[in-house]
Design a protein around this ligand. Sequence first.
Ligand SMILES: Cc1cc2nc3c(=O)[nH]c(=O)nc-3n(C[C@H](O)[C@H](O)[C@H](O)COP(=O)(O)O)c2cc1C
Length: 366
Amino acid sequence: MTALPPLTLGVHTVTYPVMQGGMGIRISGANLAAAVANAGGVGIISAVGLGMNSPYFDIDEKSPKKRQEQFFEANRLALIDEIKKARTLSPQGVIGVNIMVAARDYETLASTAVDHGAKLIVSGAGLPLGLPGLTAHRPEVALVPIISSVRAAQVVCKKWQRTFNRLPDAFVVENPQAAGGHLGAKPEELDDPAIGPAAVIPALVKYLADTYDQPIPVIAAGGIYDHDTLVDALALGASGVQVGTRFIATEECDADPRYKEFHLQASPEDVVLVPSPVGLPGRALRNAFAERVIAGELPEAKHQCFANCLQVCKFRDKRETYCILRALDRACRGDVDNGLVFSGSHVGQGDHIVPVADVMRELVTG
Ligand SMILES: Cc1cc2nc3c(=O)[nH]c(=O)nc-3n(C[C@H](O)[C@H](O)[C@H](O)COP(=O)(O)O)c2cc1C
């Protein structure tokens, strides 16, 4: 067993160098985030699509304009509810919100999160170049961009320093070769060792140490599921790890039990790459839905875009792929055949659903 250092993000420090990855829709809500925070890590609520199954939204609203307005307002109100609930479940915990830059209500969600007590904002699916401007009134909120290359980190640092006189409080480096969800690389690039953690993490740690006086921790994400993989990431120079998939088959994960069970039964051979309407590949579990999408079918041909939720969307603009809100929402409510079940490549590590505290113990002590 290796003694692990704590993880510090701006003014916030947690006992263990473990951050739970934001997982939408409603896979990481208040329950999971609070449980991870109570176990000594950083808990993250995913803000994506929270309004969808909230009392604030009616998908059958006839007026498209009213429906869109209602959806964005529902996302805002549901995010407030989720943060409140997490803070009640873990009053002292370090709990943040993950917001996708690609969301059309990104700015509203970022300011809502900080105004309601999020201690950090983690932001990917695009570079969060304007984020410090949205949170300037709460300088104690740590800001953590997700990137996949040193080049992207350089762009963020330079832009933030020039425009806001601020640097990120950490970077999450997402490994596209293993992480679940949207990937920051094209399928044909995935075998290139130059995009793997062994290349990117040491190079980024060196760049940040050589360039800036203040420490900027690097957090490795993708394919970390036990003590050995955590220690390997720290040995590359990372100050912490972000773990997604491993927290799904837990009692506190916010998804339907059928979703957790589907993950539990799966093995790495069941993991596939699925095109997504945002134009990036996604890593997910093979099911009827994924197979139809991979075959080029349009599984939701009968539906129209209902919320105009993304800056760029192939389903809305070209009638290609599928509506990602509907697909993720079906999955989290337990329809694991017809929903999109995101997953990292190292799925199926446990043999039954366990409390988050057990997963944390396994990560930090082996
Ligand atoms: C079900 C699922 C949903 C995810 N949703 C999001 C999300 O909404 N925003 C985001 O930035 N990353 C998302 N991710 C990526 C995770 O936050 C995390 O970085 C990734 O899962 C790490 O790799 P691992 O699954 O191998 O641990 C998701 C991953 C999964 C498995």
